[in-house]
Design a protein around this ligand. Sequence first.
Ligand code: TXA
Ligand code: MG
Length: 356
Amino acid sequence: MVQHIQTQVMQVNSEQPEAATIEQAATLLRAGRLVIFPTETVYGLGADALQPAAAEQIFIAKGRPYSDPLIAHIAELETLQELVTEVPEVAYRLAKAFWPGPLTMVLPASQRVPRLITAGLETVAVRMPGHPVALALIKATGSPIAAPSANRFMHVSPTTAQHAQADLEGRVPLILDGGPCTVGVESTIVDLSGEFPVILRPGGISLEALRAVLPTMQPPVKRSKEQSEQALKAPGQMLVHYSPAVPAFLVEGDHVAMRATMLAEIQKYQARGEQVGILVADEDVATFQESGAHIYALGNAPEQAATRLYAGLRVLEEAGVQVILCRSFAESGIGLALRDRLLKATGGKVIHSMLL
Ligand code: TXA
Ligand code: MG
């Protein structure tokens, strides 16, 4: 049983965080306690990365298996040198281009990194977040901060302090509320420990942007459900992840076919007396206005959809729907990360629409 504690939520200015608020949070972290804080991607559940007992609290609070390694968040490039055995030239190039920002680099871990952080792997994942609150907090703590997304294990990542509170109230002493996250999907994780740089998890920095700096960057390996469940390199990469509490399906196909298929699916569920939630683009809303489905509009650009996806899944979940249908988006740019998260939210359940 996890002990219930009082959770305080403090507002913090996301551009110029108040020093007193940051100090209060940093004091907790130095004392080995947990603090939820905003980053530009999603909210993080932070603990001092160099205190194993503190990092252990993260796994307990989330209900996360110890086999799933954590990202160490840093605020200065020098800290990277302490956490890894050697910083290759490509890491400096990527850091110069994308840090602070939504990029995580996997490199051989130094002795300083607790095994709990790496889940026993030889490598450690490191990121310098772009959010002023996150940077101020890491600096004030004076130590790297280990932080997974601040959700219960297997649930949707939080893009607001309220999402994090809904999942972890009573399990953390403090939540810093810096408003909604701007990127909305997690960082891109690149593995620089092997022969070729490869994306382990698509995210806030696109494959195209990475290749502009490092042309040899390899796209994520496509895995079947079975393979991904056995994947040991990045255990958090299993297909069922970031999931809403209700079954979801990704609907693919060209515009016209996709809308027709979604309408037919909605009717099918309604005929059984079930409530349907749909995640669509703004341009689709008119089509579904009379359908009786709960509609959550994600915007039209993939960037907007990435920012709103997790909030949309939570809203539909809370509306009490029995099934969620998601439209698909183009795979370029952030679209790759968006598709990855949609596939994870749906557990790989795809409906291929065909013109009748
Ligand atoms: O944007 C983000 O990355 C957010 C914010 C809070 O920074 N964090 C985040 O953490 O998404 P989390 O724990 O939900 O996902 C981190 C994933 C793990 O599931 C694991 O797959 C991968 O990072 N990872 C961590 N260490 C690794 C390592 N040494 N090798 C390979 N993958 C690793
Ligand atoms: Mg996560």
